[in-house]
Structures are given as C-alpha cells and as structure tokens.
Design a protein around this ligand. Structure first.
Ligand code: ADE
Length: 423
C-alpha cells in the first residue's frame, strides 16, 4: 500500500486486492509498455506535468497510468464510458499505486459529466482522450485552461472524427496526436482486439452458439473487418452492411454477403454495429427482425442502436441475464439487447486483450512524451504518430514475441532507391 491515499471516487477500495492481482496478470502480455515504463522511471519525462487520462478503466489502462506516473506525471484517470470501468482496477490504482481515479461501473450521466469537470479542474497540461469528451468539454466550457495545455492524444476512430470536425470549425487551437492511425494501433487493436473481445462479450452475455448463426456486422472499417473475420472463424454466416462502396466491395471480395440493413434485418440472428454513426439499427429494422434476434454495439458511443425507438415499440423490458435485456414488442416478438447498446466488449467482457493494448498504450505513452519534448514547438492541428515510433513499437513487439525478420541487403537498398533499373 502507498502511504498517501490518492483522491478518488471509486466503488469500493476493498476491491483493490483482486484488482492488483488482475493488473499483474495483464502485465505479462504487455512487454512493450513495460520497457517504456522502465525508461520513463529513469528519465522522468513527465516531471511537473499534470495529466488527465479519460480511458476505459481496465487492467491495461492501469499499466498505462503506472507508466505515466513512473515518468513523473501527476495523473488523474476518469472513465470514457459509464459501463466499462473495472471497479477492482480503479480501487487498486488508488490504493496500491497512489493514482487519482474518478470512475465506477454504472455511473450515471451526471456523474460522468461531474468526473469530466473534476478532471478539468486538474488544469491538465496533457489530455489522453478516448472519444474526445474531455477535449470537447474543455473547448466548450473551459477555454481559460487552454493556456496550460501542451497537447492532447486521441485513442479511437470516433474521437478522431470529432477532432477533424473541431479542426474544420477552427476550434482545435492546440496540437492533438492521432494515436488511432498508428499502424501498431488500428491494425491490431481495432481489428484483432475488437474482433475477439466483441465475440467474447456476446458469448459471456448470452452463452449462445455462434456456429450456424447469421451474424450481421454493420460497418466494414478495421473493427468491422476484425469482427466479421472472427465471427466467420466461429462458424457463423456473416452478412456485412456498408455505406462506403469501396469497403462494400472489399467485404464482398473477402467472401461475405453484403446487404442493406433493410434486408439484413430480416435474416440476422445477431446484429453487431461498428460504424461510429447513429441509428444504424432503427424502428423499421426492429420491426422486421426475427423473434429473439440479438442486437449489440461495438462502436464507441451508444448511439448506433436506436433504443428509444425500440422502447416505443415495446410493452415490456426485462433483464434476462447479466448485461442482457429482453424487449418484448407489442407485436409479440422480442428483441434482445446486450450492454444497453454500449460497447459490448467492455460492458459484457473485459475489452481488448492485453497483448494488443500493449501496442496501443505504447503509442499513447510515446505520444505524450513527444508532446512534452516538443512543448511550444508544434503548431495547432492533428499530428500522426511519427513513423519511427510506430516502427520501434513493432520492433519491440516482435522481439517480445520471439520473432526475427529479414533486413535489406545493401544492394536491395540501392535498388529501392534507384529509378534507372527497369525492364
Ligand atoms: N478499449 C478497448 N479495450 C480496451 C482495454 N482493454 N483497455 C482500455 N481501453 C480499451
């Protein structure tokens, strides 16, 4: 136990014993972040830096927070989703690591907003955001804090979409690092992480057999690709819905049936939304679904399934299992909703496995260091993770996985740099 108790609003500090054990377990799969933490502990890049991290409070996020604290950061953690906090992890971060945490599973919207405001009262120099709620609130309500802000980092596709909208509206007046677009982030976290953890959430919530089911995946971005791939791997017949013609061709050539949702609604047994947009499944779709169809969302916000419309169609809603509700429609059919339409992989399971979050959070840690090292030198705008950082993270991950790869010979390097040798 640390001597000083960090500030907190968590469910129950006595859960710290379990949280500590689970955080340690996750660490076994996070060798890249561990190496960064060890370097941070020596170099203290964040000495004197006030940092806010708005993330899903999981065992993996715990390792990010510990790395930042080892580097000298004065950090506060808040939840980026009301249903994703692992209360034992939050307790251990406070009790065992002296890190301030304002998050508990099931917090209501007012509490969520209150925690965002507490985080802003910390007057952050660096903000790590997952969905851009803290950054958006700061711009809308706390402009005076911009003077102390060195920069922000963003974890997820949805947050990047919001940052681009801020840029377009001329309100992004600071450097923001797009962690999501690093190759070592979205190729792995969005694809293999979402792919596995989404099915994990559905299985934990329902215990249904996926083999032989028709699973409709709405959206064929990296998360959709991973989800479709893993659903097919479990023996499901996968249908993809898309609005982007190129992605739709890709899905078709990857061997999936591509349908508009108006047709997919009638054939699906399970529906998974991963689009980042609102009302992907709405009234007319619920009306044509099979009795007992299961719907869930693995996109960032709980807007993809129009639950308000579903409620209006229903005469009764009851909890049928953990994280699982049955909506009994006035027509007599029922629709099953997992995790209240929030991220199913975090609401009903534990989010992406540690091995992929290792790379995502290595990118986050390095992005924060990059911002601090370049304090005052970066123009306002959206920055990519430097290619060298991406490559270094991949190299460290390969090393940890015991995989060696080839290197170019001198003549291959010459060849790649020349235009004179052709046919
Ligand atoms: N987003 C998805 N999975 C996650 C995890 N395990 N930890 C933090 N953020 C996540």
């Amino acid at each position: 136990m640390v001597a000083t108790q960090a500030r907190h609003d968590v469910k129950d500090l006595s859960l710290a014993v379990l949280g500590k054990q689970r955080i340690e377990w996750a660490g076994r799969e996070m060798p890249v972040l561990r190496q960064i933490q060890e370097r941070f502990a020596q170099e203290k890049p964040f000495a004197g830096v006030r940092l806010v991290a708005c993330c899903h409070i999981t065992t993996e996020t715990a390792h990010l927070a510990i790395a930042l604290k080892s580097g000298g950061a004065d950090a506060i953690l808040i939840a980026s989703n009301p249903l994703s906090t692992q209360d034992d992890v939050a307790a251990s971060l406070v009790a065992d690591h002296g890190i301030a945490v304002y998050a508990f599973r099931g917090e209501d919207n007012d509490t969520y907003q209150r925690h965002v405001r507490i985080a802003l009262d910390h007057k952050p120099n660096i903000i790590i955001d997952d969905g851009s709620d803290v950054v958006a609130t700061m711009i809308q309500e706390r402009q005076e804090l911009l003077a102390d802000l060195i920069g922000t980092t963003e974890e997820t596709t949805t947050g990047i979409v919001r940052l681009r909208a801020m840029l377009k509206d001329g309100v992004l007046t600071f450097p923001a690092v797009n962690v999501n677009d690093a190759d070592t982030k979205h190729f792995f976290d969005n694809r293999y992480g979402t792919g596995q953890s989404t099915l994990d959430g559905i299985i934990r919530a329902t215990n249904i057999l996926l083999a032989g089911k028709t699973i409709v995946v709405a959206g064929y971005g990296w998360c959709g690709k991973g989800t479709a791939m893993r659903a097919r791997g479990m023996g499901a017949n996968v249908v993809v819905t898309e609005i982007d013609p190129v992605k739709a061709i890709e899905a078709a050539m990857d061997g999936y049936r591509v349908l508009p949702m108006s047709e997919a609604a009638a054939v699906g047994d399970v529906f998974i939304t991963v689009t980042g947009n609102k009302h992907i499944i709405r009234q007319e779709h619920f009306e044509s679904m099979k009795d007992g169809a299961i719907v869930c969302n693995s996109g960032h916000f709980d807007i993809e399934i129009d639950l308000k419309a579903l409620k209006e169609l229903s005469s009764e809603v009851k909890i049928v299992r953990n994280f699982t509700e049955e909506y009994r429609l006035k027509s007599g059919k029922s629709v099953i909703v997992i995790g209240e339409g929030r991220l199913v992989n975090l609401a009903a399971a534990e989010g992406h496995p540690s091995a992929v979050m290792d790379m995502s959070f290595a990118n986050q840690a390095m992005a924060c260091e990059y911002l601090v090292k370049n304090k005052g030198k970066l123009e306002p705008g959206l920055y990519s993770i430097p290619v060298e950082v991406d490559q270094e993270i991949a190299r460290l991950k390969l090393q940890a996985m015991g995989i060696t790869i080839d290197t170019l010979t001198a003549s291959q390097i010459d060849y790649m740099n020349s235009w004179t040798s052709g046919t």
